[in-house]
Design a protein around this ligand. Structure first.
Ligand SMILES: *Cc1c(COP(=O)(O)O)cnc(C)c1O
Length: 302
């Protein structure tokens, strides 16, 4: 299995008549399925699991989870058995209609579908022990892949020369990626996180992994919640691809970029600012989202 972190180049996004400069770092180019931040987050966890002699990886996720797709693909590539604990019992009969689950299954992932109530215990010791009784010993990767080793991997997203950007922006799910970015940012830089979901827990979760305070969460662009979209967002994603040739995903990077464009419009960034947006990948989720959009009679992502 070959990852290409060297493919993660920085491209400028041309903005008409604006007095700020916008760039995007193409982490989505690292691997087709273990894309963007999921490669960064898994890197040291996979090494740790191998070193400690584990044969099985177990993790948690929802029906469209980029993390589930990434763990399944990386597990196959590095000879781990993989188990996905999936939120929603009703999905058991939907595997063949769900792009992400079908992909994960084709990559050898075994599923355990649980109700939303049971899923809430995903960090409880008794539930983990139950899972060990059922599946044998495994290396546990938390939901979204965020732990200290994941943060360490994300600290490799920025290198010294990236210190010339005034702002570094990323989408936020569980907060592992932004934590790594904060840890490798210069103090004179400002790291802006765009949460893809509602919820006040993120501020605390991130604080547990970082010491620097040069960061902020911009909470106005979650579009009413995780994986929720509207027509305006879909049109923006399609327009962005048409103009700049870069695909964005509807759950994370589309919302972040929508937010950055809106903030530029509102003169949030001082004149002359250099802004670096991180393309964290997630493009595998487009097919699943399009299937939902068709059902709702909304335009699809091109
Ligand atoms: C998982 C994911 C995120 C969120 O990363 P966290 O480390 O959980 O905050 C952001 N963007 C994309 C494309 C993702 O797949």
């Amino acid at each position: 299995m070959i990852f290409k972190p060297e493919n993660s180049v920085i491209q400028q996004i041309t903005l008409p008549n604006k007095d700020v400069e916008l760039f995007i770092k193409r982490e989505d180019k690292i691997h087709e399925f273990v894309s963007g931040n999921k490669y960064r987050k898994l890197k040291y966890n996979l090494l740790e699991a191998k070193t400690r002699g584990f044969k099985t990886l177990l993790t948690f996720g929802g029906a469209y989870s980029n993390h589930i797709a990434a763990v399944a693909s990386a597990g196959l590539g590095f000879q781990f058995k993989t188990i996905g604990v999936i939120r929603g019992e009703e999905l058991e009969s939907e595997i063949s209609n769900n792009h992400t689950l079908r992909f994960a299954k084709q990559n050898g992932m075994q599923f355990k579908f649980v109700s939303r109530e049971v899923y809430r215990n995903k960090t409880s010791e008794s539930f983990i022990n139950e899972l060990k009784n059922e599946f044998g010993d495994f290396y546990l990767i938390p939901e979204g892949g965020t732990n200290a080793l994941a943060v360490r991997g994300c600290e490799e997203i920025l290198v010294d020369i990236n210190g010339r950007y005034d702002y570094v922006c990323c989408a936020v799910g569980t907060g592992g990626t932004i934590s790594g970015l904060i840890n490798c940012s210069k103090l004179r830089q400002q790291v802006l996180g765009f949460p893809a979901l509602k919820g006040g827990f993120l501020q605390q979760d991130i604080s547990n992994f970082v010491e620097q305070t040069n960061w902020e969460l911009i909470t106005d662009y979650h579009f009413r919640g995780y994986a929720k979209v509207n027509e305006g967002l879909i049109k923006f994603i399609n327009q962005f691809k048409k103009e700049h040739g870069i695909p964005l995903d509807p759950v994370y990077t589309g919302k972040m970029m929508f937010g950055i464009f809106d903030l530029i419009q509102k003169n949030y960034f001082p004149e002359g600012s250099k802004i670096l947006a991180i393309h964290t990948g997630g493009l595998q989720g487009i097919k699943g989202m399009n299937a939902k959009l068709v059902k709702r009679n909304l335009p699809i992502i091109i």
